[in-house]
Write a new protein. Structure first.
Length: 246
């Protein structure tokens, strides 16, 4: 799975910067609220809520923010009504991009997303234009000093993982969505901490960019993620190592 979750890994490494801006707290709180409205406040029977709470823990979201979001979803507190929308399009060099949005104003969000695609040399496409390039997968990332490589590989594959790889100073585990929970339970049972634990969209092939196109692509991704209405951005952009180091 080398490279497949590269952008996801870059995102979690810069997560502390995002948290300072307050963006990540807003986005995760919104996700918790919607998850509770759709499936109830008990994460045991609500996988979407369980994943949202996991993301909240990964990003050190304060407990009072989490509780407030749950109360809004349960109707105990007033909150906005959010609509989920997916956008698909192409970035510089024809890189595939999918965007998950959660908004209380569809027209505002569509205009914002369209403007950013255009500003950085991309264009929005029709529904389905790039989604066929991605598959839904469970992804776990574990720091290498947490456990020996062979031990984690055997544990995760025995629990139903699809793939395992050592990358940089981390291990990456991928699963089919249906096997995500049992692999997560195996990791928790063995007290193995994860720095990423989520079901996400993984590209089947990557597209490399260099120079100005790579720089524009980075700016587009960061600008999209900086919008409050944007929950997730998925891409098959293969970032050059020198840009990743920056």
């Amino acid at each position: 799975m080398s490279g497949h979750s590269k952008w996801a890994n870059i995102k979690h490494k810069k997560g502390k910067v995002d948290a300072i801006r307050g963006k990540i707290t807003t986005k995760i709180s919104r996700e918790i609220t919607v998850a509770v409205r759709m499936g109830g406040p008990d994460p045991t029977g609500n996988m979407r809520l369980k994943l949202a709470l996991q993301k909240a823990r990964e990003n050190n979201i304060p407990k009072e923010n989490i509780q407030r979001a749950i109360q809004k979803g349960s109707g105990a507190l007033d909150g906005n009504s959010y609509e989920e929308i997916k956008y698909e399009g192409y970035g510089p060099g024809g890189v595939a991009i999918m965007v998950d949005a959660m908004t209380d104003n569809r027209n505002r969000t569509a205009a914002d997303v369209r403007h950013l695609f255009s500003k950085y040399g991309g264009n929005l496409g029709e529904t389905g234009c790039v989604s066929w390039m991605f598959k839904q997968k469970g992804v776990f990332v574990v720091e290498q000093d947490e456990i020996a490589e062979e031990d984690l590989m055997l544990l995760s594959l025995d629990a139903g993982a699809e793939d395992f790889e050592a990358a940089d100073d981390e291990y990456e585990i991928t699963t089919q969505p249906d096997d995500f929970e049992q692999v997560q339970e195996a990791l928790e049972k063995n007290n193995i901490k994860t720095i990423v634990s989520r079901i996400t969209m993984v590209p089947e092939t990557m597209t490399s960019l260099a120079g100005d196109e790579s720089e524009k692509m980075m700016k587009l991704l960061e600008a999209l993620e900086d919008l409050d209405d944007i929950q997730e951005v998925y891409t098959n952009f293969d970032m050059p190592e020198e840009d990743e180091e920056e």
